[in-house]
Design a protein around this ligand. Sequence first.
Ligand SMILES: [Zn+2]
Length: 344
Amino acid sequence: MLYRQRSLDTPTGTLETPVLFPVSNIGKRSSDNTPEYADSIPDIRTAMVNARAIRQRDPQWDRIQDGASLRDEMGVPSDTIVFADSGGFDFESGDVDTTPKQSLATQRAIGADIFGTVDVPLSPENRTAENKDRVERSTEYALEASDHHDGDALLFASVHGYTTETVANTLQYLEDNGEFDGYALGSMVPIRTDYEKVTRLILSARRATDKHLHVYGLGGIVYQPLLLYLGVDSFDSTAFIRSAGNRNYLLPGFGGIELHRIDELNHLPCSCPVCATREFDEIRKDRDLLTQHNLWALATELRRFRFMAASETDIEDYLDLRFQGNGVTERAYGIAKQQVRRLK
Ligand SMILES: [Zn+2]
C-alpha cells in the first residue's frame, strides 16, 4: 500500500493531503454551475479552476484585474486553497494560445495557491510521433515556467506520458532541470477505462518522485480509492457535476445510480445534509441539490478511506470489500494490488 498523508504549505494555508479539488467551472460559459459547497463540507476547502477560461471571460477578468477577489467571485471562503491549471485540456487539438509566462501571470493575478504548468494533452488517437512531440512541448513549457516562477505559490509541473518510461524519464528530467513543488499527471481521462494502463502510469510517476503527486481528472467515486491506494496526494473531479447533469446519484461504496430507474421511494439512502432533510422527489428534480449530494458522496468516500487508515484497518481488506461485486472495478483494484505488491 502506498497511501500516504502529508501537509503542504500554501500561501492561503496548510493543505492536509490526500485531498480532492472539486472543479469549479468559473469562467466557463456553461449551464452546469458549481453549487456552493465550501460552507457545508468543512474538509473540502479546495477548488480547481481553469486559468485560461477565467482570463478569457472579459467582464470577470476585468473585475479581477481591478482588484476583485477570485474567491469572492466564486462565492467560496477566503481561506479556500485554489489550484489553477493552465486549461491545457482545451488544447487537445494541439494549438496553444498562451505562453508559460502569460499563464503564470494569470495564475498570480487570481491569487491561486498552486500553479499547474501549460501543457498539451496527448492525442487520444495515440499517434506515437505526435505524442512524443506533445510530451516534449509540455516539458519545455514546464521548464520555462520554472524559470519565470517566483513568489510563494507552489508550482506543479504538468506531466504526460504514453508509456511508464516516458512518465519516469520526463519526471526525472524535470527534477534535474527545473524547480517544482510537485507534479501533476495528465492525459488520463481518455484512457480511464483502461485501468491497467492508468495504474501503471500512476505508479511509474509515484516511484519517480517523493514530491506531491496530483492526478488530473480522475477523482470520481470509483477511481478515488484506487488513487489513494496508489499514493496519489491530490486529485480533481468534475464527476459530481457531470453525474448530476445525467441524473446520476453517486453512492459511496458503489458508484453512480440512475435515478430514473427508481420509482417509489420517499428518502434516499444517504445522510448528507441534502438527503437527510428532503424527500426523493425534490432531489430528483433539482440538479443543484443532486450536484451538492454528489460532492458529499465524493467527500464521504475520501473520509471513509481516511477513517479506515486511521483506525488501522487493513486497507487491502477494506478495498477487497469496497470493490467486491463490481467486475470492472474489482479487476482494476486486483491489477493495482498486484503491481503495488511487486514493488516490495
Ligand atoms: Zn446525500
